[in-house]
Design a protein around this ligand. Structure first.
Ligand code: BTN
Length: 245
């Protein structure tokens, strides 16, 4: 289908701009890219650090014919698209931390936030805004204190500005995976890059922390773990997060 890409120097949040469009009835395939965001949005109501010199901020409007429960696959397919893009434009090998954080050498290089709106009548998705923020370069003055030990850039040197290349690669990869969503075509590439499979992790549920072995993730992006008593469980994202034990 047709893609329509709008590029701005600065917006509040590319997700917010596209949510407005979605509510005005704009069709699937509108993409907003910005050089910086003044109100970058992260998961769990957090903000996303979005300075002008170093990041790529992009959102894609989707109107998928899918059940609400499958929305997690949009985010996961996006994570795969970013990983493939990074592998193409750099010599880095990103890992995906379940469910969809992208890491290089233990640093988070990309955050993804899908904001969906559900239709009361159908029980399915009305629209989904897929937002992708990539830390392409080290920001001037470094990352803020609060995320200094967590966030990292793809490139440590800036030879030429790669942000347009990366954006194009991500969009192409994602649209290809999205066109074959029913076959879960993102899944083999997802599994290959999944971090900590076979290793000891902690399953974090609120303030409760349960040690387990990570066995993998299934095609519905549920985490598969074995607890120390031998019991196995499949857990949906949203309920928990994981850390390396
Ligand atoms: C997270 O890791 O918490 C998700 C961060 C998502 C950031 C991107 S940047 C482009 C889009 N617009 C936003 O306001 N947020 C997403």
């Amino acid at each position: 289908q047709g893609l329509e890409i709008e590029v701005y120097k600065e917006v509040s949040s590319t997700n917010l701009v596209l949510k407005d469009y979605a509510n005005q009835g704009v069709p699937e395939g509108r993409i907003v890219i910005a050089g910086m965001q003044t109100q970058g949005r992260g998961r769990l109501g957090r903000s996303f650090f979005s300075p002008s010199d170093s990041g790529l901020y992009m959102s894609i409007l989707l109107r998928p014919d899918m059940a609400a429960a499958d929305a997690v696959k949009i985010t996961t397919a996006a994570a795969v698209s970013v990983a493939l893009a990074v592998e193409k434009v750099s010599d880095q090998k990103p890992d995906i931390k379940w469910v969809n954080d992208i890491y290089i050498n233990g640093r988070k290089i990309c955050g993804i936030l899908t904001e969906a709106s559900f239709s009361m009548e159908s029980g399915g998705l009305d629209y989904a805004v897929l937002g992708i923020g990539v830390n392409t370069y080290e920001p001037e003055g470094g990352f803020p204190e609060a995320i200094r030990d967590i966030a990292g850039p793809i490139f440590h040197e800036r030879k030429s500005d790669m942000r347009n290349r990366i954006a194009a690669e991500i969009i192409n990869n994602f649209m290809r995976l999205y066109d074959s969503f029913e076959e879960n075509s993102f899944y083999p590439e997802y599994r290959k890059r999944l971090l900590w499979v076979g290793e000891k992790i902690n399953v974090i549920r609120g303030s409760e922390k349960t040690p387990a072995t990570m066995l993998g993730a299934d095609e519905d992006c549920r985490l598969h773990v074995r607890y120390e008593d031998g019991r196995e469980e499949y857990i949906s994202s949203g309920e928990i997060s994981i850390r390396k034990a």
